[in-house]
Design a binder for this molecule. Structure first.
Ligand code: 2AM
Length: 485
């Protein structure tokens, strides 16, 4: 059999099929394979019909025989055991320098482990984020590859050809970093996506419940928002959702039960932020907000028992909608700043050299969080590659300053009216915490020292010197460094 395929793709669910078609559109010969082999012929006879450079394999042996060397095999299978199973199945057939790529939503520690495992066998591994859903996979996803650095030149052309492009024509795909870096960045992308969605939902709640706006009016507001700084895929689809009616001429959004689902990437981001000690509070609130929404029955019960205020939102509708827009923009800046703080800490922990401007560029197109805003983040990191925090960039600092009165009004009015806006609130609390030179942690340290002799550092002494006070006169002057109470 002739070795003529550029790449193999295993896993013919819709993402896999669409990636194959996308690669084929860009001139690559692809061999398709699937655990349930009948799906290979289904695909060849249906979506891939008439394309003689999409080949089908009915066994691993047949797939291998069709591949050019070094062989590149991409897995688009369910995250978890399916990936490990396929790796084991492929191993006996692979030769030194061959490459396995996992394009699923794998958890980054798995990708770290798998990269080490395959490299120990003289093979190459890539774990890559692919974002943009079915449409993205077909016509241009954001692709975030990490793994064995030697593998990047083998797939760079294919990946950059099939990826989304920015308005300036740059590919939304570049090398992210070693082992699990690609999947980590994809995970963070998904966390930020949770945050963006929650912020939009809070804006919707304020418009709907606070300002009593109709779907039509909200549709119009989102249409306007999408023309400015908030221009993004999520604002755009929200606009369309708010205007969408069913066959009965009724709004579909009003018929949808208010309980959110989740697949876990937001949770992973939050767990990782806790592991790394990074205050990624907005994504955390977004995850918890979904959990609160899922407690539907309890909420219905509680709504008849727990009292709220009688106040409603004050001020003119038009002015308050503009306040909400600014609150959303400011909160979004905080959320992305927190996301990049997390990436920076993860890079330290896992020894990745991340290019933050490059990551913003990868998210600029193709993926769910794509937006004009990400172009501004890329510019900030271009101006200052070692920027400590996005909030400190001149552009974002000024936007925050110009939004903050509106932001504070929205949070204050929401609190007065009893409308839950946890993401707006946590963003503002973080902003105020981050810009406060002296926080009350002096008292906290005193408390810890009081009950646990945990010691403290002093404002009038160099960092790294620890002191203990015998607060009660009973505990002695021995600190917890010596014994634990
Ligand atoms: P299937 O068609 O044989 O079910 C998305 O579910 C893709 O992952 C499908 O191609 C599916 O193959 C594959 N998949 C799911 N679980 C799998 C497993 N345990 N082993 C191999 N492939 C699996």
């Amino acid at each position: 059999m002739e070795q003529r395929a550029d790449i193999a793709l295993i896993g013919l669910a819709v993402m896999g099929q669409n990636l194959i078609l996308n690669m084929n559109d860009h001139g690559y010969t692809v061999v398709a394979y699937n655990r349930t082999v009948s799906k290979v012929d289904d695909f060849l006879n249906d979506q891939a019909k008439g394309r003689d450079t999409i080949l089908g394999a009915h066994s691993i042996e047949e797939m291998m025989a069709l591949l050019k060397r070094p062989r590149k095999i991409m897995l688009m299978v369910k995250a978890g055991k399916a990936v490990d199973d396929f790796i084991e199945t492929l191993l006996p057939h692979l030769a030194s320098g061959d490459l396995i790529i996992d394009g699923g939503n794998s958890h980054f520690p798995d990708t770290i482990r798998r990269t080490k495992y395959l490299e120990s066998k003289g093979l190459l591994y890539i774990g890559t984020g692919v974002s943009g859903g079915e449409e993205g996979a077909r016509f241009g996803p954001s692709i975030m590859p990490g793994g064995s650095p030697q593998a990047w030149p083998l797939v760079k052309d294919i990946f950059q050809a099939i990826s989304a492009k920015t308005p300036a024509g740059e590919p939304c795909c570049d090398w992210v970093g070693e082992d699990g870096a690609g999947h980590y960045v994809k995970m963070t992308h998904n966390g930020i996506e949770y945050g963006d969605m929650q912020l939009i939902c809070e804006a919707y709640q304020l418009m709907k419940e606070g300002l009593h706006m109709t779907n039509e009016q909200m549709h119009a507001a989102f249409t306007e928002w999408n023309k400015g700084e908030l221009d993004s895929y999520l604002i755009e689809i929200t606009r369309d959702i708010l205007g969408y009616k069913d066959e009965q001429g009724e709004y579909v959004v009003d018929k949808i039960l208010d309980t959110a689902g989740q697949k876990g990437t937001g949770k992973w981001t939050t767990v990782s932020s806790l592991d790394l000690g990074m205050p990624v509070t907005l994504i955390g609130e977004a995850v918890y907000a979904r959990c609160v929404s899922a407690m539907k029955e309890e909420r219905v019960t509680a709504s008849a028992i727990l009292q709220g205020p009688k106040t409603t939102i004050e001020g003119g509708r038009e002015a308050f909608v503009e306040d909400i827009r600014k609150a959303l923009l400011a909160s979004k800046i905080v959320s992305y700043a927190q996301g990049f703080m997390l990436l920076r800490e993860a890079a330290k922990e896992y020894n990745w050299k991340l290019n933050y401007g490059g990551i913003a560029l990868m998210w600029r197109g193709g993926c769910i969080i794509r937006s004009v805003f990400l172009g501004k983040i890329k510019e900030a990191f271009e101006r200052q590659p070692d920027l400590v925090n996005l909030l400190l960039d001149g552009y974002f600092r000024d936007v925050l300053a110009s939004c903050q009165q509106s932001w504070r009004r929205v949070v204050a009015q929401a609190a007065q009216a009893g409308t839950p806006v946890p993401a707006f609130m946590t963003a503002l609390a973080f902003y105020d915490g981050y810009r406060t030179a002296r926080l009350p942690a002096n008292l906290l340290q005193a408390q810890r020292d009081y009950f646990g002799a945990h010691t403290y550092e002093r404002v009038d002494r160099p960092r790294g010197e620890f002191f203990h006070t015998n607060w009660t006169g009973r505990g002695g002057s021995v600190s917890a460094g010596v014994y634990t109470v």
